[in-house]
Design a protein around this ligand. Sequence first.
Ligand code: SF4
Length: 349
Amino acid sequence: MSTERDKARYPFTAEAAEFIRKLGLRIEDLTSEYYRPILVRAEQRIRQALTEFEVTPQEHDINIEVTSFPTAVMLMSYVNNELAKRRYALAESKSFSERLREEPPEKILRIAKETFGWDVKPIPEGERQTGDFLLHFKQYLTNIRNLRELRWKLTNRPLRNGYVQLMREEAARLIEEEIQRRILEKTKNPLAKLPEALQDTIKSIERLAATSTPTQTPIQTFDLKIKDSPPCIKKLIETLSSGGRLSHIGRFALTSFLVNAGAKEEEIVGFFKSASDFDERKTKYQVEHISGRRGGKTKYIPPKCDTLKTHGVCSEPDELCQRIKHPLTYYKIKIGRFKKGQVQPTMKT
Ligand code: SF4
C-alpha cells in the first residue's frame, strides 16, 4: 500500500491511476475555475520539462500533484511538436527514476509488479552482493531496446534460470524506459476534441516548445561537409536531429569526427541541441575535452571502423566503406583531401 506522498511522487503508478479514476475528472472540467490549480500545475510540469529537463515534485497538495501528471500528458497529446513530446516524456521519466533510485528495493519491486506487470522477484537478502532483483529476460529485453551501453547487452548480464540479475539503480533505469514509452504512447494522439477554452494553453506550450526544442541543426555553413561524411556519422546526426539519444561511444565518435572535420565548438554543440536529453553545460565540457581545450590537452580522433562496428555505431556502410578503416579517411577521400601514402588515423588514447 503506497502513502499519499508516494502517489504524489509517483503519479504514474497503478494506485495513483486508480485514485485519479475515482475522482472522475474529464477534460471539460479543467476549464472550470475549481479545477484551475490542476491545469496550472500541469502546465508548470510541461514548462519545467521542456526548459530544465526535469520535473520537481510538489507535495503540498497531493490531489493537485497526482492529477497534474495525467493532465500534463493529456495536454501534450494536443501539442504539434514530436520533439517536444519526446523531451517531455524523457524529463518526466528521468525525474521519476532519479527519485526511485533512492527508494528501498521493496518499493521498486512493488511498482514494477503492480504497475508494469513485470515478472520480477527479489534476490534473498544474504545473496545481494551483485544484485537486488531478478527480472524475466523477455521484459528485460523489451526495456533495454534503446539502451546502447554494452553493460545492458544480455550476454554481459548474469542470468539465473531465464532471469536477469539487476541492481536497484538498474531496475529504476528500466522503469524509466517503461514510463517513457507509456507517456509517448499516450501523447501520440488526443483522445477527445480540445475544448475551446484550452486552445490558448496548447498554443502557449507550442510556442515554448518551438523555442526550447530546435527541430533543425542551426548550422548552414557546415552542411556541405556533412554531405561527405560516412554513413555512421550521418546516422548519428539524424538520430540527434530527430530528438534521439546517443550512446557514450556514439557521442564520442560524432564529436571527435566533427572536431577533426573542422567544425567550431559552438557548431558541434548546436548538433546536440536537438537531442531530447540535451544538457548544454555537459555537452560544452565534452566538446572542449575532446577538442583538447581541457584535461590532458589531447585532441581526440574518432574510433576506427572496427571499434564502431563492435559497438553497433557503424550503420549501412556503403561502397567506399569497404575500402577504408577509419571514418576520417572516408571523409578525407570524399572531400579530396586524402593524400597518397598518408598514415591512417588511429586513436590517441
Ligand atoms: S565502415 Fe566505418 S566509416 Fe563506414 S559506416 Fe561503418 S564505421 Fe562508418
